[in-house]
Write a protein that binds this ligand. Structure first.
Ligand code: MRU
Length: 367
């Protein structure tokens, strides 16, 4: 992704730092784009230890299922750098897995790191951990690039029939910022835009944390893709008016049967899309699929986040100062489920790196 004309990924290895001239011990650290500061400030933060990575995931400095997976892999590498013992590996895995419960990519990445590291002698674990985390990141980039290429085949034929821009509605942020690069839901949109197809994106603001308004709008603007931010409640109305050609969302977990767990509010968009015959797609790399779950509503753990996210909003004041304001009467009770599950019957298709599948055909994917 390009930010102010410069090429970035959302997470990268920072050059080794000499900490001891005599023994020539070098430590590695990881750089992330702090997403809690966007869109008002672009801040790169350096993560040196496992605990910092756990905090970065919990506080959503890094977020989005594929990026959480990549961050967890680097978290494991940071832990091994501190202490490569079995006990350290197990403790790091537990801390990381509990940092955010819903995105399956996190558990997937931690397990993959354990599978690689546990059979090795302690002395070889450090190098192997950094290597494997980098492989996970590179794979994520390639999976998302392929999602873009497949998703383009949904947009291009529509565009060929129209003399206007194709209107795509998306929810939350499933773009570059939610992955290592390219994004999932936004990958087909970037591919279409780069192929010269006119696309316009309806961006749900995505309360309570406003990932759509603050992150999706920011990254679409960086790429020059036309877009309009709408309140979360506007999507159904726009579909009724014929102003939405398709919906594409990302996912934090998809079941074997094609149920799609994504940011809270996705289900309502799918219901409206179904009622209005608007195609509803989830764009999903294979590490987001939980092959062990059939019923997403019953089985996927839905993260309950802090009430503060609903009660308080962050923004820039007219003075330019970034401030938090409370929008609720004092003492008001708040519930804050972070995700919901859209049943497969409302999903037109799942765009994966292997192609586009009807939800009930997902099982045919290579694992
Ligand atoms: O709570 P978040 O911001 O991590 O939720 C992110 C989403 O719901 C995304 O849509 C999902 O992770 C897919 S990201 C490619």
């Amino acid at each position: 992704m390009r930010i102010n004309g410069q090429q970035y990924r959302t997470i990268w290895l920072t050059d080794s730092t000499d900490v001891d001239d005599i023994t020539d011990i070098k430590i590695k650290s990881v750089s992330i784009i702090d997403q809690t500061k966007l869109p008002h400030r672009f801040v790169v933060t350096q993560i040196n230890m496992l605990d910092q990575m756990v905090v970065a995931i919990k506080t959503m400095q890094v977020r989005g299922a594929p990026l959480i997976g990549a961050a967890a892999a680097y978290g494991m590498a940071l832990a091994v750098q501190q202490d490569g013992s079995d006990a350290s590996l197990e403790s790091a895995a537990t801390h990381l897995i509990h940092s955010r419960p819903t995105a399956i990519n996190l558990r997937w990445a931690v397990q993959r790191m354990l599978d690689v590291l546990q059979p090795l002698p302690v002395a070889r674990r450090n190098e192997a951990a950094w290597f494997e985390a980098a492989v996970i990141c590179n794979e994520d980039v390639e999976l998302n690039r392929m999602i873009g290429a497949h998703g383009l085949h949904l947009i291009a034929p529509l565009a060929a029939q129209q003399s206007r821009a194709i209107n795509i509605l998306t929810h939350c942020n499933a773009g570059w910022l939610a992955t290592v690069d390219f994004g999932t839901a936004l990958a087909p949109i970037y591919a279409a835009h780069d192929a010269g197809i006119a696309v316009h994106v309806w961006v749900d603001e995505t309360r309570p944390r406003n990932q759509g308004a603050s992150l999706t709008a920011w990254e679409l603007a960086q790429h020059g893709v036309p877009h309009t931010v709408i309140s979360d409640n506007a999507g159904g109305h726009l579909m009724q008016k014929g102003a939405v050609d398709m919906v594409i969302v990302g996912a934090d977990c998809v079941t074997l049967t094609g149920d799609v767990c994504n940011k809270i509010g996705t289900y309502l968009k799918a219901l409206a899309a179904f009622d209005q015959n608007v195609p509803f797609y989830a764009a999903v790399p294979s590490p987001t699929i939980d092959w062990s779950i059939e019923d997403g509503v019953k089985s996927i753990e839905i993260e309950e986040r802090d009430a503060r996210e609903v009660a308080w909003m962050t923004g820039r004041l007219a003075s330019g100062e970034i401030a938090e304001i409370n929008i609720l009467p004092p003492g008001t009770k708040v519930a804050n489920p972070a995700f919901d599950v859209t049943p497969a019957r409302l999903v037109t298709g799942i765009i994966t790196e292997q192609g586009i599948y009807a939800p009930h055909e997902l099982n045919a994917m290579q694992r």
